[in-house]
Design a protein around this ligand. Structure first.
Ligand code: NAD
Length: 487
């Protein structure tokens, strides 16, 4: 293999290869081309990073004033903005997502996360109580916020920079230090972020990146110096992490998989519901935890809505990330494509009608080597079918008609997951009733994926535990200490 660039770990302020020399190829999913390699870390790199993070906590970072830390985080935000184009190109090459999407969503959210948490953390205060003692005299009780310590951050490949910064920024804003493990599929923007930290003068050890696969993640979640783990990824991995981290009684935050419903009522604004549903099913090639995979449409609107949804799905243009006409990128990898095509096959075997798609497209030119699949709409399966119970994480949904509000609600909740739901209706009372009945952490009415960084984010059931966003993320990075003084 010709000499390829290597994405190295960033540990204690220095970029370094793996001690074992282990590395893996990094492919651009839109073309299949191997364009770089990534160092594969393990217990040794995690140990070095966790020790460096602990030392920084007790040293340079811990002795800075909060204002100095927040100023540095704002400089990180400026540093990302100064390299906006590098980040956007790296993210779209690693994930295959259209460059326009990386530029509109993924990259702007990274500086916004640092700015938002630096600002929000400045407003975090404590409580105080004055107590009159029975025998005379008084006492003052108050709370202080202490950092939890070294926070382990593990993120997936679908929104690599957005999710990484969403977790790193609040942890650092509360005075913690971080060891981050990005997905082995998408190491580029985490490495660029480490370069920004390095350049703006954040002390060594405050932010560390250990690249690698499950082995590195396992070492991180069981390391004695790691006090908290914030994880976004699949439910199966979340369950493994919970078990592995149990002996250390670590604080855990889990954002996991989903099988999200969209409920389209016959009184909805047809065009808005259609547009929103197309976005909610096919954005990022269906590789967003918030995507709708189950679409329920009230019977009077069903035929018209499904016909229009299928037409829109068929018209989506797959292609290379930097082609401005591309609407649909590839899946992340050949392995994931096999999984999604397997899900299409399983749907057929269960008796699904395939209303469009159901296979892999033949593309010409460099995209011929990409891991593309066809946008797919399925129908005719029961809610209990495997297809309707398991997250597929591709550009696919199952559509089904319903007759009453009660039926829609009952079927929406017929899942082990509970991340989010979308409701499309013009009836305000119904919107509130259905939102209240949905077993999910996030409900959108007449919109999808409308995010407010101060609002809580997270799921119920197998979609996760804990909440992120706003003050919830800051609290996760905080131990509240009670101080009592006899006056
Ligand atoms: P994954 O669980 O396979 O991997 C996620 C991360 O965990 C990667 O960095 C991986 O290397 C690491 N990992 C794997 N095994 C590990 C182990 N045993 N111990 C520690 N770390 C380990 O998930 P994925 O395939 O990268 O991402 C897709 C999944 O993420 C989907 O299920 C999707 O719904 C979910 N997701 C959820 C949210 C959310 O906010 N709820 C957001 C994005 C993605």
């Amino acid at each position: 293999m010709p000499d390829l660039p290597l994405f190295r770990h960033y540990i204690d302020g220095s970029f370094q290869p793996s001690r074992s020399g282990q590395r893996a190829p990094v492919r651009a999913p839109a073309t299949g081309e191997t364009y770089a390699e990534v160092a594969l870390g393990g217990a040794s790199e995690v140990d070095a990073a966790a020790r460096a993070a602990k030392a920084a906590l007790r040293g340079a970072w811990g002795s800075m004033s909060p204002d100095q830390r927040w100023d540095l985080l704002e400089r990180v935000a400026d540093g990302i903005e100064a390299r906006f184009d590098d980040f956007a190109r790296a993210e779209s090459r690693d994930t295959g997502k259209p460059l326009s999407l990386a530029r509109a969503v993924d990259v702007p959210r990274a500086p916004a996360n640092f700015q938002n948490y630096a600002r929000l953390a400045r407003s975090v205060g404590g409580d105080a109580w004055e107590q009159h003692l029975a025998g005379g005299g008084r006492a003052l009780h108050y709370t202080r916020h202490r950092p939890v310590g070294v926070v382990g951050v593990i993120v997936p490949w679908n929104l690599p920079l957005l999710l990484l910064t969403w977790k790193v920024a609040p942890a650092l804003a509360m005075g913690n230090t971080v060891v981050a493990k990005p997905s082995e599929e998408t190491p580029a923007t985490a490495t660029l972020l480490a370069e920004v930290f390095d350049r703006v003068g954040v002390p060594p050890g405050v932010f560390n990146v250990v690249h690698g696969a499950a082995q590195a993640g396992e070492a991180l979640v069981s390391h004695a110096e790691v006090a908290a783990i914030t994880f976004t990824g699949s439910t199966a991995t979340g369950q493994r992490i919970q078990a592995a981290s149990a002996p250390g009684l670590r604080k855990l935050s889990f954002e996991l998989g989903g099988k999200n419903p969209s409920l389209v009522f016959a009184d909805a604004d047809f065009d808005a519901a259609l547009e929103g549903t197309v976005r909610s099913v096919f954005t990022n090639c269906g590789q967003v935890c918030l995507c709708s995979e189950r679409v329920y449409v009230e019977a009077p609107m069903y035929d018209r809505f499904v016909e229009a949804l299928v037409a829109r799905a068929k018209a989506l243009r797959p292609g290379l990330p930097d082609d401005p006409t591309t609407q649909l990128g590839p899946l992340i990898s050949e392995e994931h494509r096999r999984k999604v095509l397997g899900a299409y096959e399983r749907a057929r075997a269960e008796g699904a009608q395939v209303l469009c798609g159901g296979g892999a497209p033949r593309l010409a030119g460099p995209a011929a080597g990409g891991t593309f699949v066809e946008p797919t709409v399925l129908a005719g399966l029961s809610d209990a079918s495997d297809t309707n119970q398991h997250e597929i994480f591709g550009p696919v949904c199952h559509v089904a008609p319903f007759s009453t509000e009660a039926e829609a609600l009952q079927r929406a909740n017929e899942t082990r997951y509970g991340l989010c739901a979308a409701i499309w209706t013009r009836d305000l009372s119904r919107a509130h009733r259905v939102a209240a009945g949905i077993e999910a952490g996030i409900v959108w009415v007449n919109t999808w994926n409308l995010r407010e960084l101060r609002a809580p984010f997270g799921g119920v059931k197998l979609s996760g535990s804990g909440r992120e966003g706003g003050l919830w993320s800051l609290k996760f990075g905080t131990e509240t200490q009670a101080v009592s003084i006899r006056l």
